[in-house]
Ligand binder design. Structure first.
Ligand code: ATP
Ligand code: NCN
Length: 190
């Protein structure tokens, strides 16, 4: 089995996340992609929305795709949500699986500062999806375990969505309708 893991703060989840998950799933022939909302994102400095809301929005967003699953391992684990711990947990749960961790090109910039990155690199493959506004090639060979994959560009970020809600601007067509409704129903990002 080939398992994709897409970790993120998902504050909120948007079409950029869904588009990379679907493109990587197809190109890398993954059987499932697990969306894993962070409990405490290791590198985000700002205060993030409570995990229950981010998780609820992820569940709404992935519901219509039979290849997508949601994992609460990081939300349930106390302390910073380090990817090395998450990948180990998935390898324990699915000992036969080949694990592919998916990230966007912006996250790659700080990848070498991730917790126990040397060990992490021995535990799974990494698939780096291109992202509009970030370089689409990486200098130097990073080895067989890191693949840069060109994906259809969706130029949206969670920051932009939060700012638009705060400013009273529309967010329609940037994220699934059910997530948009959830944001308004719970008064998020105002
Ligand atoms: N539009 C996008 N295109 C490609 N990759 C993306 C896109 N949006 C997010 N990602 C990737 O998805 C993962 C989770 O992203 P995250 O939840 O931090 O969203 P974000 O939009 O970058 O959030 P923020 O604006 O709050 O920093 C990261 O690996 C990130 O690089
Ligand atoms: O393990 C780490 O040290 C680490 C540091 C920064 C980010 N990550 C993971 O990278 C993913 C994207 O992070 P973010 O902050 O862009 O949402 C998410 O799953 C984070 O847990 C992981």
């Amino acid at each position: 089995m080939r398992l994709g893991l897409l970790g993120g703060t998902f504050d909120p989840i948007h079409f950029g996340h869904l588009a990379i998950a679907e493109a990587v799933r197809y190109e890398m022939r993954l059987d499932k992609v697990y969306f894993i909302p962070s409990g405490q994102p290791p590198h985000k400095r700002r205060r993030v929305t409570p995990a229950e809301h981010r998780l609820a929005m992820v569940r709404l967003a992935v519901a219509s795709n039979p290849y997508f699953e949601v994992s609460t391992v990081e939300i349930e684990r106390p302390g910073p949500s380090y990817t090395v711990d998450t990948v180990k947990e998935f390898r324990r749960l699915f000992p036969q699986a080949e694990v592919f961790f998916i990230l966007g090109m912006d996250a790659l910039a700080e990848f070498l500062t991730w917790h126990r990155v040397g060990e992490l690199l021995t535990l799974c493959h990494f698939v780096v999806a291109t992202r509009p506004g970030y370089p689409s090639a990486v200098k130097g060979g990073r080895g067989r375990r890191v693949t840069v994959l060109p994906v259809p560009g969706v130029a949206v970020s969670s920051t932009e969505i939060r700012e638009r809600v705060r400013a009273g601007k529309p967010i329609k067509y940037l994220l699934p309708e059910a997530v948009e409704e959830y944001i308004y129903a719970h008064g998020l990002y105002r």
